[in-house]
Design a protein around this ligand. Structure first.
Ligand code: PMP
Length: 465
């Protein structure tokens, strides 16, 4: 048996066992069983290898998380050493552990001014559940027990737990399991491409922010606890709001005394060229996960600003909330080393001043492709729209019938060409590792262009153009 056959047999066995036993997140199990899952076996830098030996450039940083790239041995060493020293202890019952304390202190240094406290969780979803409980607790302590409603946005993503999926605005998730839970309501998203017809981006940003005020008035200002949003919507399709949007949201929150929660699970730790993208509009709470450990070990949490922390600590007594893995020493050790790498390699500054602008230029050039309506970046996230007919004004572009699934077709061509790009409808998105060099950005964009050419060929062949 040749090496290749050995690998093939191995892949098949794994795929069969996968189908027999492993229920994947957000997956049609039967459909996956028919084609078999791709088995990832190794990662190094910005590349992955599957069990068939294919090398793939990971344009999605795993799932928006592997900021420092794969195979960083200093993180594995930190994890190993921590496991040898103290693999676990909880932070309940008046105990703590050294990595958790050090990480909390480090995050307080990196966070915007006024953020001196951290609540650790195991994931972004748990962190958003924590937000729901924390803001409601805050208003209870303030003597406003009616203020429990949280406003979020359609097509946002805040996690998959009951509260996380309720905060999120994904209709497909709400349809399953009777969501949203009570006390969570939604407004429109700042999607200029879909909804900004006849307006400049800044006019549209103000209009989209005004939907928050309208919702506050509809619910009753004395009932609203908080507004939550991702600085740039990630899973919803890398939707970059106009510049006018967030300052106006902050102004409206201030006007009604409402807490502002920035969900920075994707955007935190340098992805948009700042440690925290929301810093300029001063949120009260910040959700984080993913990039804090570059995904090497699960960890999430909430950075708690002084407005909430002072009340919670000053007059709160017990906050009856927490997880076995809150402040997990191994996860915190991984995070400390990951943050050291981000800082020592100047990744945040590189995204802001060097590789981010370079990506903007290189990725933006894809807009000349026959299938591409718009191609835009924000730091190290980017998206392009596949269109049937291009036009200077985005609102005059003609889109494909969504039922054709052109985005999914394109995604398959990307994968087969050796680049991971995600499809959200007909919008193709990336969030590459922050360690990318100029040459690697060029390589990625060339792969994307090749896959777009193959998609165009197939779309033409099928008579869809
Ligand atoms: N918030 C945002 C903005 C996210 O993108 C995600 C995950 N993609 C989450 C929350 C949930 O994080 P997790 O999957 O770690 O629970």
């Amino acid at each position: 048996m040749s090496d290749r056959e050995t690998i093939m047999t191995d892949t098949k066995t794994i795929q069969q066992q996968d189908h027999a036993h492993y229920l994947h997140p957000f997956t049609d199990h039967q459909a996956l069983g028919r084609k078999g899952a791709r088995v990832m076996v190794r990662g190094e830098g910005i590349y992955l290898w599957d069990s068939e030996g294919n090398k793939i450039l990971d344009g999605m940083s795993g799932l928006w998380c592997v900021a420092v790239g794969y195979g960083r041995t200093s993180i594995s060493k930190a994890v190993y050493e921590q496991m040898e020293t103290l693999p676990f202890y909880n932070s309940f019952f008046n105990t703590t552990n050294v990595p958790a304390v050090r990480l909390a202190a480090r995050l307080s240094q990196l966070a915007p001014e006024g953020f001196n406290h951290v609540f650790f969780t195991g994931s972004g979803s748990e962190a958003n559940d924590t937000n729901v409980r924390m803001v409601r607790r805050y208003w209870d302590l303030m003597g406003f027990k009616e203020r429990h409603v949280i406003i979020s946005r359609h097509n946002s993503y805040h996690g998959s737990t009951m509260a996380g999926a309720s905060l999120g605005g994904m209709s497909g998730m709400h349809e399953q399991g009777g969501l949203p839970i009570p006390g969570i309501v939604h407004i429109g998203q700042p999607n200029y491409y879909d909804d900004g017809v006849g307006l400049t981006p800044d006019e549209f940003g103000l209009r989209a922010a005004s939907w928050l005020e309208a919702k506050i008035l509809e619910v009753g200002p004395d009932k609203v606890a908080a507004f939550i949003g991702e600085p740039v919507q990630g899973a919803g399709g890398v939707i970059i709001p106009p510049d006018s949007y967030w300052p106006e949201i902050r102004r409206i929150c201030d006007k009604y005394g409402i807490l502002l929660i920035a969900d920075e699970v994707i955007t935190g730790f340098g992805r948009l060229g700042r440690w925290f993208a929301s810093e300029p509009y001063k949120p009260d709470l910040i959700t984080f996960a993913k990039g804090v450990t570059s995904g090497y070990v699960p960890l999430g949490g909430v950075l708690v600003g002084s407005r909430v922390a002072d009340v919670l600590i000053g007059q709160g007594g017990d906050f009856n909330h927490g997880f076995t893995y809150s402040g997990h020493p191994v996860a915190c050790a991984a995070a400390l080393e990951n943050l050291r790498i981000i800082e020592d390699e100047g990744l945040v500054e590189r995204v802001a001043n060097d590789t981010g602008p370079y990506l903007k230029h290189a990725f933006g050039a894809l807009a000349d492709h026959a299938l591409v309506g718009t191609a835009e970046t924000c730091g190290f996230v980017a998206g392009l729209n596949l269109v049937k007919r291009k036009a200077e004004n985005v609102h005059y572009q003609v889109r494909f019938d969504p039922a054709l699934g052109v985005g999914m077709l394109c995604r398959a061509h990307m994968f087969n060409t050796g680049i991971i790009m995600r499809a959200v409808g007909d919008r193709m998105i990336i969030a590459p590792p922050l360690v990318m060099t100029h040459a690697q950005i060029d390589e990625m964009v060339a792969l994307i262009r090749r896959a777009l050419d193959l998609t165009l060929e197939e779309v033409r062949g099928r008579g869809w153009l």
